[in-house]
Design a protein around this ligand. Structure first.
Ligand SMILES: [Zn+2]
Length: 69
């Protein structure tokens, strides 16, 4: 019975790792979302930043409040 139990445990670990890998790949894909997070360039220093972090005023893009002045 000992060897059967050992094989079962090893199999379980393999399946666990496989599922973890698959889940990580899936969640990584969801986190990236290239279409929803546009990259914009600051009109002062030309630094590229994601749209969610950018400050947009009067149709111009700024990377920080310092460049907004
Ligand atoms: Zn800037």
């Amino acid at each position: 019975m000992g060897i059967v139990k050992l094989i079962f445990v090893v199999l379980l670990v393999f399946v666990g790792f496989y599922l973890l890998k698959k889940f990580r790949k899936l969640s990584g894909k969801m986190a990236q979302r290239p279409s929803t997070n546009k990259i914009l360039a600051c009109s002062v220093c030309n630094m590229h930043i994601p749209e969610s972090e950018a400050i947009i005023q009067n149709g111009k893009v700024y990377c920080s409040k310092e460049h907004l002045k």
